[in-house]
Ligand binder design. Structure first.
Ligand code: ATP
Ligand code: MG
Length: 581
């Protein structure tokens, strides 16, 4: 097909949109690929839609390749299945809910485990029908708290979601592995640099779960790697390597000190180093107690105390993942007022436990470790408070930040941290949803068996942004050939009629050879056309200009930036060869 820029529904912009912060967002808007309608809601214009369709094509090819079958479920869904799985409540504000004219509750599907389980239950009833894997490429809806970076985190977005149904755990492992392999092929074909990290299984209650993260500094996910062992995990999934407990004998008794004006860790450490304790104290010797309130879905708010070494912050995402499906909030002034035993800046384990507040600590706070911490009175701290001797936490919690340099959980070396964007997720769900809907089929021995599920997602629309993020320069986009909106972008850079006719002829031949051609036949200056060709980002740009008179065209490689002159008569063969590789 030849797409003429003189007719294409396209308006490129010289300036970055005011609301865009990350390069992919700026460029996709400037190049006329997407347009904003509302926060996290975008329209796809012709070239953007083409890239989206190319990503979908690659995803479909690889899904079909592992024997997954495509179906399409509605996005508009009744409440009941989600009520049955409790996700109507658990999803909280993230769910778009609506009512029909009769007052019935509906939602816009955020992910479809319930419906796929019910669909399989509806059609299949014998062990002979299994295993089966179904997928769809579908528009999803999530009322994200912070839609971000254009199509990167939308409230409406396209996801490929697939679900495997097996009768045995071994079967599930195989289906999982097949998806994992297919995802590796998808992301390689799309030219995305990524890592696979262990993920938390969160509230979904499964076992194995891994995320595919595209490497990117603007990513919202932090992951860590151990270069020695190859361990890689999302920080939410990192299990802190706990030290061995220390024997109590010989540890000095705890002692309360007056520590006026020491409500922060820094002021406390300063006091301790001036207090003649017989050693140098660092923030890591202090125990910082953070108060939050948590609420199970549909439940009541409850106080929770979290103790972490004073040199570490609480990481909201890690805390959130540990508490899931419960949510949490920081305490308000009113909460402090309602609980006068909480002495801000001087909170210690004692008052929490004496007042029935659940108290969880970082895994480093093992029995026998000795801490400087609040004494529950303004201007007082206690030194030498020993875990397991002077206080006994209700358990441990993974909430403290993970830092580069921390020991790897497998003990093999130090962790290095980097950022990424989640592009895919593979997940062994188990029987959570088949249990909810009693999906039973007749087993080989005549007894009912319950299938076990896997669920697997790829962020299809997000990938358009991710590819743009990983492949651009300051002039514009640089699509990998597999997803480019065209194979070649022919620029007519000369007013001369013979050059124009020559370019038209070359475009027609390229089209006949099966290539997707963009032809810039507009009445605009060569400078404007070159700029647009760089902005649009087709990998191969052919300039038919001054050289045409001498039988030459220029071929520019948008990926490498290289440019060469090619004889007009061999241009067709050369270009087809370059595109076909
Ligand atoms: P995130 O942690 O980024 O919110 P998630 O873990 O909630 O993602 P999943 O439920 O695993 O996402 O969905 C599968 C895939 O769908 C993700 O790997 C991601 O690529 C994509 N995705 C999820 N939320 C969005 C969104 N708001 N906009 C675009 N793509 C998304
Ligand atoms: Mg996920």
């Amino acid at each position: 097909m030849i797409t003429r820029l003189s007719h294409l529904f396209l308006r490129t912009l010289r300036d970055d949109p005011a609301d865009a912060e990350v390069p992919s967002h700026k460029l996709l808007v400037r190049a006329g690929y997407v347009r904003r309608i509302a926060p996290g809601v975008y329209s796809w214009l012709p070239l953007g839609l083409r890239v989206l369709r190319e990503v979908e094509r690659v995803v479909r090819e690889e899904m079909n390749g592992i024997g997954a079958q495509e179906i399409s479920l509605p996005a508009l869904l009744p409440r009941e299945p989600y009520e049955a799985s409790n996700r109507w409540t658990e999803y909280g504000d993230g769910l778009f809910r609506l009512k029909d004219r009769k007052g019935g509750d509906y939602l816009l599907g955020p992910t479809h485990e319930e419906l796929f389980a019910l669909t399989v239950k509806g059609e299949y009833n014998s062990y002979k029908d299994f295993p089966v894997t179904l997928y769809q490429v579908q528009t999803k809806y999530r009322d994200e708290e912070r839609p971000r970076a254009g199509i990167l985190r939308g409230r409406e977005f396209v996801m490929k979601d697939s679900y495997s149904f097996d009768l045995t755990d071994e079967g599930l492992t195989e289906s999982y592995q097949a998806h994992r392999d297919a995802y590796e092929r998808i992301f390689a074909r799309l030219g995305v640099k990524y890592v696979i990290v262990s993920a938390t299984s969160g509230a979904m209650g499964g076992s194995a779960s891994e995320e595919f993260l595209a490497e990117s500094e603007i990513g919202e996910d932090t992951y860590v790697r151990c270069l020695e062992s190859g361990y890689a995990a999302n920080v939410e999934a990192v299990k802190t390597l706990a030290p061995e407990p220390v024997p109590f004998d010989g540890l000095p008794a705890a002692k309360v000190y007056d520590t006026p004006e020491t409500p922060t860790i820094a002021t406390l450490v300063d006091w301790a180093n001036g207090a003649d304790l017989g050693r140098t104290v660092t923030a890591a010797d202090t125990l910082k107690n953070i108060l939050v309130k948590t609420r199970q879905p549909g439940g009541k708010w409850e106080l929770l105390g979290i103790g972490v070494p004073g040199d570490r912050e609480v990481d909201d995402k890690r805390l959130g993942a540990s508490l899931e499906p419960a949510e949490f909030e920081l305490l308000t002034e009113a909460d402090f007022a309602a609980n006068p035993f909480l002495t801000k800046g001087y909170i210690g384990p004692k008052a929490l436990q004496a007042n029935g507040v659940r108290y969880l600590v970082d895994p480093r706070i093992v029995d026998g470790t000795s801490w400087i911490t609040g004494a529950d009175e303004k201007g007082k701290h206690v030194v030498g408070l020993v875990a397991g001797r002077d206080f006994t936490p209700d358990g441990t919690i993974e909430a403290a930040e993970v830092r580069g340099g921390d020991p790897s959980p497998d003990g093999a070396g130090a962790l290095v941290a980097a950022r990424g964007i989640e592009i895919g997720h593979v997940f062994q769900l188990g029987r959570k949803y088949t249990d909810v809907f009693s999906v039973d089929v007749l087993g080989e021995n005549g007894k009912p068996v319950r299938p076990t599920m896997g669920s697997y997602g790829v962020g299809v629309s997000r990938l358009v942004a991710v590819i743009a993020e990983q492949h651009h320069d300051d002039k514009g986009l640089r699509w990998p050939a597999e997803v480019s909106p065209a194979d070649v972008h022919v620029v007519i850079a000369n007013k001369d009629d013979t050059a124009r006719a020559g370019a038209e002829g070359l475009a027609a031949e390229l089209d006949k050879a099966g290539l997707e051609v963009i032809l810039d036949d507009r009445k605009a200056s060569p400078g404007v056309k070159f700029k647009d060709s760089e902005l649009l980002g087709v990998p191969l740009v052919v300039v038919v200009g001054r050289g045409w008179g001498e039988g030459k065209v220029e071929v520019r490689d948008r990926f490498t930036g290289e440019s060469r002159e090619v004889a007009a008569e061999s241009a067709l063969t050369e270009i087809v060869k370059t595109v076909r590789g």
